[in-house]
Design a protein around this ligand. Structure first.
Ligand SMILES: NC(=O)c1ccc[n+]([C@@H]2O[C@H](COP(=O)([O-])OP(=O)(O)OC[C@H]3O[C@@H](n4cnc5c(N)ncnc54)[C@H](O)[C@@H]3O)[C@@H](O)[C@H]2O)c1
Ligand SMILES: O=C(O)C[C@H](O)C(=O)O
Length: 349
């Protein structure tokens, strides 16, 4: 009698605690509601890599999260893997494991490389980071040639052209799949504009075009929404603050690196947009530094429509104010030379 009662209680408790298949599907964890997507983060144990890995673990569009670094990844992966969200997490350390880390990736995010210290320009990072990007891109062309590549490592104005050349040499280049991540410039422009215009930052949009260093960062506040009719002096100050946003953080960190948390946020926003595009969500538009014909420069950041194959359309600049037109002309020589420096490096070494 006692044993029968116990069996009945157990049956009842099981039926209330084990979720049914339909319950799991309603919560959005089934492969039918969202396709399997593998995202790899290269440089995952670093200042950007760790919070970016955390944010990608929180993204329900990711089914596999692959964390690679030359050191420290087992700890980061073990830690993140305990979070009860959809993706399976795996950590990989050292070049021997790079292939495994990359195989099957839909998106590869690259924040591997050294950051600035006060007094340095992003170009001062070229000598170290160019070699890192080159070796990682060589591996990408071998192990996941169809992946979208989100390049964060600086100087972005040169590392993206390096990646393109490495992929061309390997015969795997697809201009629709290579992105320089300039989302942090947009994030900053939105924040600074909302503060000056005294509007809710959640509803603000500001395109940022050009490149990702100093004057090559060109926020188009004339196209900012909601409109605020700020005086010219305020627009100039906002432009300068956006262009110097990275330096503001480098100086505040006083030798302990550059933006990591805001960059992880920006990187996660951009990767999420890429995932939505891959999954066929319509009208996904973000600014990014991509191969482009909207100016005479071969790479340029502008609004890009994302789709199932990566870049679906590179959108034009739209109407510019005189001040922005001058900024556009002024940035071209520096951006051109940074692009050429990257191309030359990739073809020399
Ligand atoms: N695009 C942007 O808007 C933006 C914003 C902020 C920082 N950055 C850049 O991102 C890069 C990383 O910044 P951080 O603050 O995370 O630096 P960090 O030094 O904290 O981390 C870099 C990580 O890269 C790893 N690494 C080095 N060589 C590697 C290799 N060959 N393969 C894999 N991993 C490797 C390191 O071990 C380290 O964990 C820098 O170049 C920085 O300038 C870009
Ligand atoms: O400024 C840097 O060196 C890092 C990054 O490019 C940034 O904009 O914060």
């Amino acid at each position: 009698m006692k044993a029968a009662m116990l069996r009945s209680v157990l049956r009842r408790s099981c039926s209330t605690t084990v979720p049914s298949a339909s319950h799991v599907m309603r919560r959005g964890f089934s492969s039918e509601s969202s396709p399997e997507r593998k995202v790899a983060v290269l440089g995952a144990a670093g200042g950007i890599g760790q919070p970016l890995a955390l944010l990608m673990k929180l993204n329900p569009l990711v089914s596999k999260l692959s964390l690679y670094d030359i050191a420290g990844t087992p700890g980061v992966a073990a830690d993140i893997s305990h979070i009860n969200t959809r993706s399976e997490v795996a950590g990989f350390m050292g070049e021997d494991q790079l292939g495994q880390a990359l195989e099957g990736s839909d998106i590869v995010i690259i924040p591997a490389g050294v950051p600035r210290k006060p007094g340095m320009t992003r170009d001062d990072l070229f000598n170290i980071n160019a070699g890192i990007v080159k070796s990682l891109c060589t591996a990408i062309s071998k192990y996941c040639p169809n992946a979208l590549v989100n390049m964060i490592s600086n100087p972005v104005n040169s590392t993206v052209p390096i990646a393109a050349e490495i992929f061309k040499k390997a015969g795997t280049y697809n201009e629709k799949k290579l992105f320089g991540v300039t989302t942090l410039d947009v994030v900053r422009a939105k924040t600074f504009y909302a503060g000056k215009a005294k509007v809710n930052v959640a509803g603000v949009n500001v395109p940022v075009v050009g490149g990702h260093a100093g004057i090559t960062i060109l926020p188009l506040f004339s196209q900012a929404t909601p409109t605020a009719n700020l005086p010219d002096e305020e627009i100039k100050a906002l432009t300068k603050r956006t262009q110097d946003g990275g330096t503001e953080v480098v100086e505040a960190k006083a030798g302990k690196g550059s933006a990591t948390l805001s960059m992880a946020y920006a990187g996660a926003i951009f990767a999420d947009a890429c995932l939505k595009g891959l999954n066929g969500v319509p009208d996904v538009v973000e600014c990014s530094f991509v191969q482009s014909t909207i100016t005479e420069l071969p790479f340029f950041a502008s609004k890009v429509r994302l789709g199932k194959n990566g870049v679906e359309e590179v959108l034009g600049l739209g109407p510019l104010s005189d001040y922005e037109q001058q900024g556009l002309e002024a940035l071209k020589p520096e951006l051109k030379s940074s692009i050429e420096k990257g191309i030359k490096f990739a073809n020399q070494s």
